[in-house]
Design a protein around this ligand. Sequence first.
Ligand code: S3P
Length: 169
Amino acid sequence: MNPAPNLVLVGPMGAGKSSIGRRLADRFGLQFVDADSYLEQRTGASISAIFDHVGEAGFRERESAVLAELLAGNGLLVATGGGAVLAAGNRQLMRERGFVVYLCAGVESQLKRLARDRSRPLLQRGDREQVLRGLAAAREPLYREVADLVMDTDGLTAVEAATRLALRL
Ligand code: S3P
């Protein structure tokens, strides 16, 4: 297992960060934290409600604060939100305080995995495929920049992906 203090999963919505992360954390005895769920617990508000009340910029501030708080600790496996890599400071922190894995997925897989999801505000902004393609174009270079390791989750179940990833850590 890599000696970094924490393991950090980055990648787009529907890449499997939470489902794979949970399984991986079990195997390595790390504490799993989903950064979005943590923020929801802390604020008592859903991600959608946070977007509604303080906008995306307000959400991003809170997302960065949560990340800084979590990565100050050790032994965590943190599943980040898909846009957490947007801030340069977050990317720097991830690299300083973690081993960063980019879980990538094609838009078709994302659409399938998110088919029934109504909780992600960015997907309510228009045609889902267009939204996801736009986000991928803007963020793919950032995911690659921050990553120590890249793994494609297309066509894999969470168990398969966790097994494969565990072999590479
Ligand atoms: C977002 C991804 C979501 C959540 C929020 C914004 C994004 O997290 O943070 O809806 O900007 O891509 P997941 O990647 O866990 O779905």
